[in-house]
Ligand binder design. Structure first.
Ligand SMILES: Cc1cc2nc3c(=O)[nH]c(=O)nc-3n(C[C@H](O)[C@H](O)[C@H](O)COP(=O)(O)OP(=O)(O)OC[C@H]3O[C@@H](n4cnc5c(N)ncnc54)[C@H](O)[C@@H]3O)c2cc1C
Length: 429
């Protein structure tokens, strides 16, 4: 009997999941697991690693994954604790020969894979990893990782020209598994839950899981055809429709970027292709770019001077100033409205993120990494490379070839919130 584990992390889906398909193809039985590790309750300085908005979203994603697995004859087994202890223990107990999981790009996650792999060896169990989170597969890129240009435009042009997006892998019909105990929400260790409905002014009432992710994609493309106007609306600030809002599901891996790509292509065939339909793919390429930059530069992304050692950053850690920013009380109404939205909902538009980050760095002159850490706690869609990559970019220590771009928040407010609707929405009690 060949029994294996599929260890789900930020790939909480059944569609286009090579790890799952490979595990099934090479095993008589698979046991799907998720390990709630110490990051769940970890504090880094004054911030939580995983804030409550994201915890709630992840819990919903796990419940949905469990339901979807059960429909295929399986289920999700939850482990709690350090994966490098719990997974090998579980593997030994269940006579597992192989653990299948997703490749990682950031330093802590990569180290965890090494630790798990070493601990598994002691039980004669092997770890195999698959790349499942990017649009372009790393091995299909026209450059070796170390040669990827640090400039997005160069990366994009050559990648679009020389590489293709692979087709998606099929969703399995059946998942042969031993009996897996029913998942009980009360065992999931979530303090102060359920969080009530998120503030009703929120851009969207995000709900975690593959089912909701696929619904959202279908809504944004085929039902509403909002995709056709994406390029014109994507700098919006209010409501669900100005952009795709797929980021939280992409961050948990409840939706595959390749699946999004192929659905956009189908939409283009069945409806129409225009600049907007292309632009959503263009933005997914930014996401890929930051992931590959993390693969290239590693933990240097977390350093004050970034991977390019620029000396232009500020270093202040002023508690009063930082708290005024977090609470939306800086006195700059555009920044304050955005920061309040983030605090009360776990989401903020891309336009907002650029402005509040620039303000934190260029006007408040604080260490940009504190802002990045607050985002890490707060964002439902937190994703290590997209967050730290964008913050480093904004701080002028990352991938912006022009150095630093300072946002004039007063002008931005006029350009993007000329009628003050957004500021009123969040600043008026
Ligand atoms: C300071 C700062 C921090 C950020 N932190 C995160 C983060 O932790 N997680 C995250 O997913 N995005 C982050 N972003 C990028 C971007 O703001 C969000 O992806 C976007 O606002 C999510 O909304 P959407 O899904 O409606 O985006 P859409 O406009 O519909 O774009 C579609 C998808 O493209 C990708 N994308 C779009 N813009 C970017 C970008 N600049 N960088 C990388 N990917 C992009 C996202 O996956 C997004 O879901 C950050 C941006 C800034 C300026």
């Amino acid at each position: 009997m060949k029994r294996s584990i599929i260890w789900f992390k930020t790939d909480l889906r059944l569609h286009d999941n090579e790890t799952l398909v490979e595990a099934i193809a090479h095993s008589d039985e698979v046991i799907p697991i998720y390990c709630m590790d110490e990051n769940w309750n970890k504090q880094v300085g004054k911030f939580q690693k995983t804030g409550n908005f994201r915890k709630q979203f992840i819990i919903e994603s796990l419940i949905d994954l469990d339901n979807n697995l059960r429909e295929k004859g399986s289920g999700l087994w939850i482990l709690k604790g350090n994966p490098s202890i719990e997974i090998p223990k579980f593997a030994a107990l269940n006579e597992v020969h192989k653990v299948y999981t997703k490749k990682e790009i950031a330093s802590e996650e990569k180290q965890m894979l090494v630790d798990v792999e070493q601990a598994l060896w002691k039980h004669k169990c092997v770890l195999e990893t698959f790349s499942t989170s990017t649009l372009y597969h790393a091995v299909d890129l026209p450059f070796a990782i170390s040669q990827i240009p640090d400039m997005f435009t160069q990366f994009r042009k050559r990648t679009e020209h020389d590489s293709t997006v692979r087709p998606i892998v099929a969703t399995p019909d059946k998942i042969p598994s031993p009996v897996i105990p029913l998942l009980k929400v009360q065992h999931l260790d979530l303090p102060e839950l359920p969080i009530k409905k998120i503030d009703e002014r929120a851009a969207l009432q995000f709900k975690g899981g593959e089912t909701e992710a696929l619904k959202r994609l279908n809504y944004y493309l085929f039902e509403s055809k909002l995709l056709l106007k994406y390029k014109e609306t994507r700098n919006g600030l209010i409501g669900g429709d100005y952009s795709s809002k797929l980021s939280p599901w992409l961050a948990t891996g409840s939706i595959s970027p390749r699946f999004i790509y192929h659905e956009i292509k189908r939409f283009e065939t069945e409806n129409q292709a225009n600049e907007s339909t292309y632009w959503l793919i263009f933005e997914l390429l930014w996401r890929d770019f930051f992931r590959f930059m993390f693969k290239k530069h590693g933990a240097k992304f977390f350093k004050l001077h970034g991977f390019n050692q620029r000396e232009t950053t500020y270093t202040a850690h002023d508690e009063t100033v930082i708290h005024a920013w977090i609470d939306g009380k800086t006195g700059d109404d555009f920044v304050d409205a955005n920061m309040r939205e983030l605090k009360l909902t776990g989401f903020m538009s891309n336009r907002g993120r650029q402005n509040v980050a620039s303000y934190f760095i260029d006007q408040l002159k604080q260490d940009w990494r504190i802002g990045a850490r607050y985002f890490e706690q707060q964002l439902i869609d937190y994703d290590v490379s997209s967050n730290w990559g964008n913050w480093a970019y904004q701080a002028g220590v990352g991938n912006d070839p022009r150095g630093k771009r300072v946002f004039d928040t007063k002008k931005q407010a006029k350009d993007y919130d000329g009628k003050m609707e957004y500021r009123r929405l969040w600043l008026e009690e």
